[in-house]
Design a protein. Structure first.
Length: 632
């Protein structure tokens, strides 16, 4: 009886377990809804819209990606919507059980919608929000599928340090996108002992007059290194106004972030007038390695833009379009992994959130799991490896350094987070081995053609035209014209050449003028000139002025670069050497007088020693030898 009850309990338990297992494992859904928030009429949005649509078709046509599940896409155009309009667009997705949203496009919008995503647990995959402060700690449901501006500003700081400039002027758009990126640039420059000396914030909808007024203020500043971080839709206007203000000539350095390379990639046939305004500019482009997958996608692009009805015209493919395409594939791979583990997609209605936001708003119950699946993806897309580091950034950030020349561009090098600036692309080895076994990165770039069509590196600093020139005193002396020579208003000589060579070594230009003292007939007393430095009448002196203790108390001297004094110069006669060469220092008379002195000294010694010293006695020959030996 007991055995029968045990058997009955085991059968009932197995049946219950089987029933529970069957209810937990749900079949894959036939359709998964995703959304996209893009500004259709913007340059980046127009390309991203087509790239995302192509990616959806490619994913749905590949049966191995989602194993029968299809992605349905609904795009929303932000256009010129205000804050409430953009929020309303995002909430519309949640009424249709959307599991993820591609976008938003702009950093400010991404920050706004990330707060909603946190409450609704819906992942946001932004392909162009580069604000470095969009942290996964604060916004865990925002996944950046492009490069953060933190890396781009590190590349800009490395460029500034590479060319040995110390101060820059930052021109940027006055919103989250611009302010936070320039703040990151300031931190990176500080690490290189450089700094931003002046900031020029521009309204996101800046007018021509506002741009001109800002550039006029910049033209009066001493630094000539300008970093431009603005939007693509009006960025070229800044260079056009700078050209009108004669700020695109020799001596200036313009470094544009990747917005300028985006314009070149989107519209390779820029008008000649536009390219004339940006000659010599340096810009960056997010680096995407060449691959067969990327080549095939780019070859399809031109035909697709014409076939899909863009007024019969085609436009280029920029890096934001590549990242938008990869964002869809990244999401598809994550959804496939998520469905394999979780098995179902469910939403719940939270009354508190619905009452707060208005209407029926669904919360994605498995949103956290989907985000985790996105961050765990390890694949290869058209932009290269699709893999995230522990900080939530794509691995291997790198940029191309591009110089605008003529009607096109030229790559002068690369920057990567691991090796810095280099002539080789990031895939190649970037480090060389030293003799002591340690490795060091090789910081190199090809030559650049700077504004003004010059290959000479600009100094990056000038004194304004209305600035005071240094007053350098020059003594017009009678003697030693080789050191300082004055002929009319022309000043030359060795000391003057040393002074000018020292100025040429400075990283910035120093305006100066020579102030002449003396008439070339009577030497001016150096102490009088040094006293003029003390009183502020002169800023410095150039000339052959000897350094003495009393003079060092009046002014600071440079290190001596030549020794001066009185010397005797005599000709050298070369004589034939012989065995009697030792006699040449003295004349025969001198030798004779020397011998007489020897004999006189010997006679005196003999007289004094003859009476008491036996060595001075005996035969005359012996006494003579003794005296001679003693004298020698």
């Amino acid at each position: 009886m007991i055995i029968a009850l045990l058997l009955l309990f085991m059968v009932f338990h197995n049946a219950s377990s089987s029933s529970a297992l069957g209810t937990n494992v749900a079949a894959r859904p036939d359709v998964v809804n995703i959304g996209a928030i893009i500004t259709f009429d913007s340059m980046i949005g127009k390309i991203a819209k087509l790239a995302i649509a192509i990616a959806i078709e490619d994913v749905n046509s590949d049966p191995e990606i989602l194993n029968g599940t299809k992605l349905t896409l609904k795009m929303q155009n932000t256009g010129s919507n205000d804050f409430l309009g953009i929020v309303d667009l995002a909430l519309q997705f949640m009424e249709n059980d959307t599991v993820a949203i591609i976008g938003p496009q702009f950093s400010a919008t991404a920050r706004m919608l990330s707060h909603i995503a946190n409450d609704l647990k819906v992942p946001l995959l932004s392909f162009s929000a580069t604000d470095p402060t969009l942290s996964p700690v604060q916004f865990p449901f925002l996944v950046r599928t492009t490069r953060s501006d933190l890396f781009q500003m590190t590349a800009v700081a490395d460029l500034v340090a590479f060319y040995e400039w110390r101060e820059v002027i930052a021109i940027y758009v006055d919103d989250d996108f611009g302010r936070n990126a320039i703040a990151a640039l300031g931190d990176k420059l500080a690490e290189k002992r450089c700094r931003i000396s002046y900031k020029v914030p521009l309204n996101p909808k800046a007018t021509k007059d506002e741009i001109t007024k800002a550039l006029i203020n910049v033209s009066s500043m001493e630094p000539r290194i300008l970093i431009v971080h603005i939007y693509t839709n009006w960025g070229l206007r800044v260079f056009s106004e700078a050209q009108n203000l004669m700020m695109m000539g020799s001596g200036y350095v313009w470094i544009a972030t990747d917005w300028l390379s985006t314009i070149f990639d989107t519209d390779p046939s820029l008008p000649l007038l536009a390219t004339k305004d940006i000659q010599g500019v340096l810009t960056l482009r997010m680096y995407t390695p060449e691959s067969e997958l990327k080549t095939r996608f780019k070859s399809r692009w031109g035909n697709l833009t014409r076939v899909r009805g863009y007024n019969g015209s085609s436009f280029g493919l920029n890096t934001h379009g590549l990242y938008a395409y990869d964002s869809v594939w990244l999401l598809a791979l994550a959804i496939d992994s998520f469905l394999a583990r979780a098995g179902n997609v469910s939403f719940s209605n939270n009354p508190n959130v619905s009452d707060l936001l208005g209407g029926k708003v669904c919360i994605f119950n498995e949103g956290s799991q989907l985000v985790q699946s996105i961050l765990e993806v390890n694949a290869t897309g058209v932009t290269g490896p699709l893999k995230f580091n522990p900080d939530g950034d794509l691995i291997n950030p790198a940029f191309e350094v591009i110089n605008v020349i003529g009607t096109g561009t030229r790559t002068v090098g690369y920057w990567s987070n691991s090796s810095g600036l280099s002539l080789d692309s990031p895939e190649k080895p970037q480090r060389k081995q030293q003799s002591n076994g340690s490795s060091t990165s090789t910081q190199q770039l090809y030559s650049v053609i700077w504004p003004g069509q010059t290959t000479q590196k600009p100094r990056g600093w000038v004194f304004p035209d209305n600035g005071r020139k240094l007053r350098i005193g020059v003594p017009d002396r009678v003697n030693y014209p080789e050191f300082v020579r004055v002929k009319g208003t022309d000043v030359s000589g060795f000391c003057v050449e040393v002074f000018q060579a020292a100025l040429n070594e400075l990283p910035y230009g120093v305006p100066y003028k020579f102030v002449l003292f003396g008439d070339g007939k009577i030497n001016t007393e150096p102490s009088e000139l040094l006293h003029k430095i003390q009183t502020g009448e002169l800023d410095g002196l150039v000339g052959d002025i000897t350094i003495t203790t009393s003079r060092t108390k009046m002014a600071d001297f440079t290190q001596p670069y030549i020794e001066s004094g009185l010397v005797v110069v005599a000709p050298i006669r070369k004589l034939n050497s012989s065995a009697w060469a030792f006699l040449r220092p003295f004349t025969p008379m001198m030798w004779g007088i020397t011998c007489i002195f020897f004999l006189g000294v010997g006679a005196v010694v003999w007289i004094l020693e003859h009476r008491t010293n036996e060595d001075f006695r005996g035969p005359p020959r012996k006494q003579f030898v003794t005296v001679v030996w003693l004298v020698l």
